[in-house]
Design a protein around this ligand. Structure first.
Ligand code: SF4
Ligand code: SF4
Length: 371
């Protein structure tokens, strides 16, 4: 049955597919498959690579349309992952086993989901626009009412499942690094009560420790030296130690462009990301509200973010407009070879700075391109 499941996944578009037992994931609450299915015994993990030409145009900020093209690519890849998951689930159910197709991203255990949450965010944005002195708007502005919880424990860690299933290993950045595509893959997982034969785990870690992921992180989230060891099943990986994910969310969520000399993310807004975890948590709480009430592009950005968390990244609720990638640089520069990674960093470091311009965004290029 294992080969039939993998064949079904490949036919649906998976480039990599593997199986892990539940036991290999023990000790990692964020990758406990019983969260989705209490009787789960195994997990099928699969990956789809991203189109390299689109990624390079995005890294190098070829023109303003490169961000939209990246959003469409992410949207289409998540749709593909959803379809692969449904095919795998169907195959298992045909054989009489219960299975669950896990949500692919932006699904956190301690963030409440539901259309009422989404309607609430929209209602607050509208109230701020039409009645800025409304008591609720004033309470939000003064910090009396909090609307955001910076706890990003995922419902299920696809990265950990992929390591356990032999697709790759954790790189220094914490991203999954595969032999075939580096970190340039998006992931999905199906948990099932079927007792499946697990695949061997990857013996050698394809991460070469080049730290290019660290050099392109504008939030300071990734440490250069301090490491922690993560054991998953039979393998151990040294990954960078990091604190609160709020630092990453401030940049990757588009709240700050993390501007550096000659380059930034795709966000035109600037905030200094603090070093302390508590300060970063407080800043993201405050910034989500400030941007929600601000109007214009800032509000649209928060509503897009809120939509993903409140409704999920399923085909019936999302569109390419729901994807507003601004960073992900640690993942996107990490291709299979050192030459490719070096070229990706060069492209990013000479890509220019994104700025607000006439209701949209423009790109200010550096005077001298970095060679
Ligand atoms: S960029 Fe280099 S150090 Fe970072 S995860 Fe990729 S291979 Fe490892
Ligand atoms: S997504 Fe961006 S901000 Fe977050 S860790 Fe990666 S490079 Fe840093």
């Amino acid at each position: 049955m294992e080969e039939e499941i993998k064949e079904r996944a490949r036919k649906a578009g998976a480039a990599l597919v593997g199986i892990t037992s539940r036991e290999r994931l023990e000790g990692h609450a964020c990758a406990d498959p019983s969260y989705y299915l209490p009787s789960a015994r195994s997990v099928v993990s699969f990956a789809v690579p991203l189109d390299r030409r689109v990624v390079r145009d995005y890294l190098g900020k070829k023109d303003p349309s490169a961000r939209r093209e990246m959003a469409v690519l992410e949207y289409e890849t998540y749709c593909r992952l959803e379809e692969i998951g449904e095919e795998v689930k169907r195959k298992l159910e045909e054989r009489g086993h219960r299975a669950a197709n896990c949500e692919r991203n932006l699904d956190y255990r301690n963030h409440v989901r539901g259309s009422d949450r989404w309607e609430g965010a929209r209602m607050i944005a509208e109230l701020a626009r039409t009645d800025p002195e409304h008591p609720l708007v004033r309470a939000l502005r003064s910090g009396e009412v909090e609307v955001y919880n910076p706890d990003y424990t995922p419902t299920f860690s696809h990265r950990y499942a992929a390591v356990a299933a032999g697709l790759g290993r954790l790189g220094w950045s914490g991203n999954l690094v595969t032999k075939e595509y580096g970190a340039l893959v998006l992931l999905g997982s199906v948990v099932t009560e079927a007792e499946l034969e697990p695949d061997p785990q990857l013996e050698e870690n394809p991460c070469l420790g080049c730290r290019r992921c660290v050099s392109v992180c504008p939030s300071g989230f990734l440490a250069v030296k301090e490491a922690k060891v993560v054991r998953i099943g039979e393998v151990e990986d040294r990954v960078c130690r990091h604190g609160s994910l709020s630092k990453c969310v401030l940049c990757c969520g588009g709240f700050s462009g993390g501007s550096r000399e000659g380059w930034s993310t795709w966000s035109p807004w600037r905030l200094r990301v603090p070093e302390g975890d508590e300060e970063a948590d407080a800043l993201i709480r405050r910034t989500v509200v400030e941007h929600l009430l601000a109007g214009g592009g800032k509000t649209e950005n928060v509503l897009r973010f809120a939509k993903g968390i409140a409704l999920g990244l399923r085909k019936e609720v999302m569109s390419p407009e729901d994807f507003g990638p601004t960073c992900s640089f640690c993942q996107l520069v990490c291709w299979g070879s050192e030459e490719e990674r070096r070229e990706n960093v060069r492209l990013l470091f000479s890509s220019g700075v994104v700025e607000e311009e006439g209701g949209g965004v423009g790109i200010r290029r550096p005077v001298a391109r970095v060679s």
